[in-house]
Design a protein around this ligand. Sequence first.
Ligand SMILES: C[S@@+](CC[C@H](N)C(=O)[O-])C[C@H]1O[C@@H](n2cnc3c(N)ncnc32)[C@H](O)[C@@H]1O
Length: 299
Amino acid sequence: MSKKQSSGNSENELQIKKEKFIEKLKTIYKEEVDEVIKSIEVEKPTVFRVNTLKAEPEKVLNKLNEAGFEILPALLNNSYYIKNSEKRLSDTPEFKNGEIYIQRLSSMLPVFELDPKPGEKILDLCAAPGSKTSQIAEISNNQSKITAVENNRSRFFALQKNLENLGVKNVQLLMEDGSFIDRNHPQLLEYFDKVLIDAPCTNEGLICFCNPNSLKMWNKKNAIRLAKLQKRLLSAGLKMLRPGGSAVYSTCTFSVEENEEVVGWVLKNFPYISLIEQKRVIPDHLYSGFYFAKLLKQS
Ligand SMILES: C[S@@+](CC[C@H](N)C(=O)[O-])C[C@H]1O[C@@H](n2cnc3c(N)ncnc32)[C@H](O)[C@@H]1O
């Protein structure tokens, strides 16, 4: 490995970051910390779901088996992982034509928590590249009415392309800042049955010590900066929710500032919002670090 990594972080700097990161994990996890560190030493297997908008699970799994993939069920409905394959799932025709979708297992949880139903109006406030938008469409069999917002131009077009490839219908796409959706679309205030805020975050749950470069963007201070944006997005999203509707806030990070503290701030400042459930996913051989909270707007 070169002394200077592509990011400009030297091996020494990455080692220091790793030590600081472990220190941070110790303050968050205490007795579970060894389990957490052990799980982020090794790469996770590839997890995917069958896109039932385009394929029947049995048929597509058979095709993948025939192509030499050993497939095991993962822990959630319609989720699978690849065991010991030399080949890449992303090279298969089934992936390329949208019959399957590669998605981390933890990343599937918020949509199960959201529990989308046919006929519901659903706002996905931070949508690209569309893993959860397409999962919502799939679970509701293209029968929910989704509004998907993404402010980053290139990610917006990736979202659009992914949804097309996956056969997703009934989605209105908005390229704009989700934290201003209440001001930009007053006609949609209290319109949605469900809102998903899968917020931009420090992505600590994606760090793997098997790939030291995954630490290169990590900086302890980023959590505080992002928490401000997360609060703005969550505040705007909650204003779009109808009374009696529910919202899911999620991140793929460990930081308390971006998780429990953001939700705690909302509960303090929005008296009509209550917490139904919050969960910190402890990473293991399949799950990566993740957090979600389900919120209810009183009727
Ligand atoms: C964690 S990712 C979302 C992943 C997506 N939900 C999925 O499952 O594929 C967060 C996304 O929010 C977008 N984002 C960041 N700030 C935003 C804002 N102010 N308004 C809308 N989207 C924003 C980022 O560009 C990024 O695509």
